[in-house]
Design a protein around this ligand. Structure first.
Ligand code: URA
Length: 183
């Protein structure tokens, strides 16, 4: 089975997962990009716009993320963009329980894509993958290893929109991602 079919199969599993309940009319936001992506960007959970369309990162944070991806010479169609939590969270931000549950499906998604580098955008992505809380503002811009995965931690674009003083830090992290993705 090819990667695309494996991802489709996983998507069907999530659709019928009773623990991943959708809120209202919100659609599943599985992720988009290349199944052969070398770099995968991992956010938090879909917002309202994403849940309406079924596409990840299409709101304001998404515009910032997509433009910084392009600014380092990567093409959106060549990377993969997703979030660990696949439905709009009941309370806007995902609960610990939602994040912990998302791990089950999310690890399978990573195993199918097998990216060279996993970019964790903010603390939810960090918790979903590393299972620990780390002070992202202090420990951003670093590479971690887990289960043979190469992980890079940076801020969530929503934090950069909220606090514009973090923009230069975010940009310098993306310059590092550019370097790592070329190695
Ligand atoms: N924020 C996220 O973390 N993911 C999305 O898909 C949209 C906004």
């Amino acid at each position: 089975m090819g990667k695309l079919q494996e991802l489709q199969k996983l998507q069907n599993i999530i659709v019928s997962c009773s623990a991943c309940k959708k809120v209202g009319s919100g659609k599943l936001v599985f992720g988009e990009g290349s199944p052969n992506a070398k770099v995968i960007f991992v956010g938090e959970a879909p917002g309202k716009k994403e849940a309406e369309s079924g596409r990840p990162f299409i709101g304001r944070s998404g515009q910032l993320l997509r433009s910084i991806i392009r600014s380092i010479g990567l093409k959106e169609k060549d990377v993969y963009i997703t979030s660990p939590v696949k439905y709009l969270p009941r309370k806007g931000t995902p609960s610990r329980q939602e994040i912990i549950h998302s791990h089950t499906h999310f690890v399978k998604q990573l195993e199918i894509i097998q990216p060279k580098i996993i970019v964790l955008l903010g603390k939810t992505a960090v918790y979903a993958i590393l299972g620990v809380d780390i002070p992202v503002l202090k420990d951003h811009g670093k590479t971690y290893e887990k289960n043979g995965w190469k992980i890079f931690v940076t801020l969530h674009p929503a934090a950069v929109l909220r606090f514009p003083k973090y923009k230069s830090l975010f940009e310098s992290d993306f310059k590092k991602i550019k370097k790592i993705s070329k190695n």
